[in-house]
Design a protein around this ligand. Sequence first.
Ligand code: PXL
Length: 285
Amino acid sequence: MINMKRIVTIQDISCFGKCSLTVALPIISVMGIETAVIPTAVLSTHTGKGFSGYTFRELTNDIPDISKHWQSMHLAFDAIYTGYLGSVEQVQIVSDFFDSFGREDNFIVVDPVLGDGGSLYAGMTQEFVTEMKKLCRKADYILPNMTEAAFLLGIPYAPEHDQSSVEDILRKLAGLGCATPIITGVHFDSESQGAAAYDSANDKFYYSFSKSVDKTVHGTGDIFASVFTGAVTLGKSLEQSLDIAVKFTYDCIEATLPCFEEMWYGTCFESCLNNLIGYIDDSKK
Ligand code: PXL
């Protein structure tokens, strides 16, 4: 019998730009996990800084049919992981998907992709934020950055934090109804950056840091979320999963820096995939 874990990831295909599905699929696959996908939209590029005039085709109406077909096949997943979603209606349909495929013995990760640097991404609205907040309630893990956490909580965005403000925000995120919120892009000084997690069931906080880089590299949130979801699916602890995701995300940023001029739109994550295999193996020791 094949003992392979299976994740379904629900997010867009940005045909050029190295984020969402074009990153999640290779990363989860290299972790030795079967990856099913539901593409929510097809865009010619991502909507981040540097791109304009992109195409955007929503695939919202396909999602209920895919779900129905999969239910008829009695498909099951060890984890359901969502990233960028394209519309309010799409968030509602993904919520229905959770009701159909969420079980006692699997878990849900919602990466509430909304914005960065204190602003919402192009096309994101307050109504969308409200809907995303409802989706977070159904998740076991959510992975906002500081901008997304601020929008989800309706509090002002602050770029600088200390441990007590991060823990306050994590407690408030858990108050949305998600047992284990994680904030990415956390830093207390200019030397290091990483992620902070709150295991609300045990009232425990975890931190993981790597060296800080003063450049914004696109797609790192999707890399972090894919690795984190994969690691938890493989049975790693919250602490281990956080460490592996922080370490690998840093590797991808570091690998991108020498070619940052050409690679302004994404990371050189491909050259780091071997490290990820090593991190998973090391954590078995
Ligand atoms: O990396 C997150 C992301 C995913 N998909 C699309 C995006 C973004 C961020 O800008 O625009 C289409």
